[in-house]
Design a protein around this ligand. Structure first.
Ligand SMILES: [Fe+2]
Ligand SMILES: [Fe+2]
Length: 291
């Protein structure tokens, strides 16, 4: 059994201190085996914002928690052109994590974070061929029955966006999906869209990859559209995965109804009151800008 606290899109610089303190309290109470923070630590990649974000991560580590971090598109300077192209993640490496693609093996799960943020694009994400090879090597060393979890900032699929609509899929998606299928990845975690959601990957492509796709909303940003701040608690117990969205109600974070999933015929199914059900997919509306 492994418990992950999945937080994302903290956006220090456009954050609410009240939510930051509440997230810290709640993470500590949940006693996760791993805290996963899937990018956009800052609003504009400024030093003062990274210092605040780094202090937040350090406070969680000081309480004894292990934190996996990856950068998001907001962690690359936008207006400082020199830094954007020649030293895009220097501040991230200094204040958050020198490792851009960290790997953590915990009892009951193997979790790999991959950096999808790129200087050459405003907010789209990419996993390149070198990273695909690295993912294969990393999970290739894992005992076959261990659940395999890939964490990216940008979602691999076109997923719902906070405020409505759907975002863009990741660039190089076809090669990434081949890799996901060949490696038998179990969970694909992402942020970026500021919207909590859970779907089965075979909803999005004709070739079933059999992965449960989980998005975290923004945990602490004040820039929300239509959806309140939230984060996910993910419990992995062999073939059963339970996802609880913990949402801000204006005064504190409160648990949503836990959703339990299990595999059947190479796809994830929701465990409902009447038995197994297809995972309901969010409405696919016109594309919206994501952050
Ligand atoms: Fe983002
Ligand atoms: Fe974001």
């Amino acid at each position: 059994m492994a418990r992950l606290a999945h937080i994302s899109d903290l956006h220090f610089g456009a954050h609410d201190d009240k939510l930051v303190a509440a997230v810290e309290r709640r993470i500590d109470a949940e006693k996760p085996d791993l805290v996963v923070a899937s990018g956009d630590f800052t609003q504009r990649a400024r030093t003062a914002q990274f210092k605040q974000a780094g202090a937040f991560v350090q406070r969680i580590r000081d309480k004894g928690h292990v934190v996996l971090t990856i950068p998001g598109n907001h962690d690359i300077p936008l207006y400082d052109i020199f830094r954007r192209f020649f030293a895009p993640l220097t501040r991230y490496r200094k204040f958050i994590n020198p490792v851009l693609c960290p790997f953590h093996e915990i009892p009951g799960a193997a979790v790999l974070g991959i950096n999808t943020a790129r200087s050459a694009t405003f907010k789209d994400g990419k996993i390149n061929n070198e990273q695909i090879a690295f993912i294969g090597e990393t999970f290739g060393r894992i005992e076959p029955k261990t659940p395999r979890i890939l964490v990216t900032h940008h979602p691999i699929f076109a997923l719902p966006v906070g405020g409505g609509g759907i975002g863009k899929p990741i660039k190089n998606q076809a090669a990434v999906l081949n890799m996901v299928g060949e490696l038998g990845l179990d969970l694909l975690l992402a942020g970026h869209n500021h919207r909590a959601s859970r779907e089965d990957s075979s909803e999005f492509v004709t070739k079933s990859t059999g992965a449960l796709v989980i998005q975290a909303g923004t945990a602490t940003s004040t820039r929300v559209r239509g959806e309140k701040q939230s984060f996910n608690i993910i419990d992995i117990d062999g073939e059963t995965v339970t996802v609880t969205v913990v949402g801000w109600d204006g005064t504190d974070f409160k648990d949503g109804t836990p959703a339990r999933f299990t595999r059947k015929d190479d796809r994830w199914m929701l465990i409902g009151d009447q038995g197994l059900e297809h995972v309901p997919s969010a409405p696919k509306e016109a594309a919206q800008p994501a952050s």
